[in-house]
Design a protein around this ligand. Sequence first.
Ligand SMILES: C[S@@+](CC[C@H](N)C(=O)[O-])C[C@H]1O[C@@H](n2cnc3c(N)ncnc32)[C@H](O)[C@@H]1O
Length: 338
Amino acid sequence: MGIMNSLRGIMKPSASLSSSSNSSCKSKASCQVHVACQIETMQSTSNLSAISTQRPSYRFEHGRRYHDIEDSVYVLPNDDPEIDRLHQQHWVLHHAFDGNFSSPVHKLLEEGAVVLDSCCGPATWTLDMAKAYDRSEFYGIDISPVFPEDIKPANTHFQLANITNRLPFPDNHFDFIHQRLLIFGLTRSDWTKAIDELLRVLKPGGWIEFKELELNLENTGTMTTKLKESMITMTTTRDMNPTIGRELRLLLIQRGLLNIQAKRISVPVNHDGKIGELFWDNYKQMSLALAPVISGSLPLDFPQFLDSCAKECAKEKTNWGWHVVYAQKPVSPIRFSH
Ligand SMILES: C[S@@+](CC[C@H](N)C(=O)[O-])C[C@H]1O[C@@H](n2cnc3c(N)ncnc32)[C@H](O)[C@@H]1O
């Protein structure tokens, strides 16, 4: 998919939010200007080298496109509607978390760092960061080639890779590693393998940061309870971890990481103004994307059921928990105590 298309999909008009953080988006107007500038910069610094040679095949179900990779349990689609959802989600999360990252790496990035965006998807985070920190080099990996391949900023590099296998990078290579939203992509044992592999490629003294959502929404009515429980059941029956967001801190402690910080935020779902509307939209689109694997236990008219959940969330003032966890790799060799 071309970057021009992906950038056009970045912000639905409704997704424009003010922001005061480590990127240059300070208001709706400046956010739009920021995206326009990003497009201009990409045109002038485009790097036309094609990166990936292996083309994974796709599987089509219920009108959606999915990866067809045997050794991945990832259940979300990789088609245009999902890419649009991920683009919009990036800007909503940027607003909710007040920036693109929480680790103390701003100065390092300004001076010039080597950064990995693990499981980058359509690379909205990677591209936003590459624009903000043009002295740093950004590497994105994913199992699906949904990242830009032809037209992209010169300080970005993308390739196909599976984080449950050995990554195509040397030991101690990255200053900062970012990974967001793998709750629907890794089994419990995959998480162990993936974290160990990410720590192998992280430099001693480097920072690693994870962002994950909770499935157990708070203050839910009868129908929304059914919906969230169907997602939790779907993950547990596939040996995924529905509470990974809460457990990441412990996984990092067990690996001897330092300066571990974990923060949980609670966001409104379909109440409390624009932000609530956007998080409901994200939750609804995510539910539709998961329909082939969750709707079996839910009413037949799934879109209509979701409309009822929307009303319920507004009435009950439903909230959604999100976690950010970050830590530093020790300079002395890492010890594993798990
Ligand atoms: C929910 S999306 C999030 C994408 C991106 N991190 C973001 O926040 O917009 C999860 C991404 O992880 C990728 N993925 C899932 N399992 C993976 C694996 N084992 N190795 C590499 N990428 C994986 C999927 O293809 C998808 O693009």
